[in-house]
Design a binder for this molecule. Structure first.
Ligand code: SF4
Ligand code: SF4
Length: 202
């Protein structure tokens, strides 16, 4: 009985020594490779999977691995090119795009692809906290003004800050546009009524 215990103790001792040496060997190997480190190259780079030695982590956020160009990250609307057609809001499966439009009383201008602009957008909000990054809105956008940017690190403490506002109108300007439209519609209705009355009399 005592002999068996002595053998077990001896085996346990050598097991501990073996583990210790194995750990030290690993530590020493990493120590010798510590001057090598992973480079912040994109996954498309040939060397991406060939950097197993040395420091394998990057000092984020001071350096970061570039994200693939076709990834889906934070949305951006280049409002100057937006024709406020509402297609993106309609296709969004989680209703995170809110658009309010006001018809312009005069020609506003053109987008960079030559499409005429006829509507103002007093409200153009995207709630990125609700977005599921499906990309449908960018696919349907006729002027390609709605795009996914490479920005993926945009966490916020206050969830309200996840709503991005893209309108280029101030509340005062939006109100002015609404009043101009209302005035124009009143004038058009009056002109139409006068024309109808004249037609009846004639
Ligand atoms: S990516 Fe999808 S979920 Fe996000 S705003 Fe566009 S349509 Fe909506
Ligand atoms: S689909 Fe494009 S052009 Fe139409 S409202 Fe959305 S962002 Fe603007």
């Amino acid at each position: 009985m005592e002999r068996r215990e002595a053998i077990q103790r001896k085996n346990g001792f050598w097991h501990v020594v073996k583990s210790l040496l194995s750990g030290l060997r690993l530590t020493w190997r990493h120590f010798l490779n510590a001057d090598k480190r992973r480079q912040p190259v994109p996954v498309s780079d040939a060397s991406y999977f060939k950097q197993p030695e040395g420091l394998v982590t990057l000092t984020y956020p001071y350096e970061a691995i570039p994200v693939p160009e076709n990834g889906r990250y934070r949305l951006h609307n280049e409002i100057d090119d937006c024709i406020v057609c509402d297609l993106c809001a309609k296709v969004c499966p989680v209703n995170c795009i809110t658009i309010e439009s006001v018809k312009a009383t005069e020609e506003i201008g053109m987008t960079s692809d030559g499409t005429k602009k006829r509507l103002y957008a007093p409200v153009f909000d995207i709630d990125m906290a609700k977005c599921c990054y499906c990309g449908l809105c960018t696919s349907v956008c006729p002027t390609d003004c709605l795009t996914m940017t490479p920005v993926y690190d945009f966490a916020e403490v206050d969830i309200k800050n996840m709503i991005y506002h893209f309108t280029d109108l101030s509340p005062e300007q939006a109100e002015e546009k609404k009043q101009l439209l209302a005035k124009q519609q009143e004038e058009m209705a009056a002109a139409k009524a006068a024309a109808l009355a004249a037609r009846k009399q004639g």
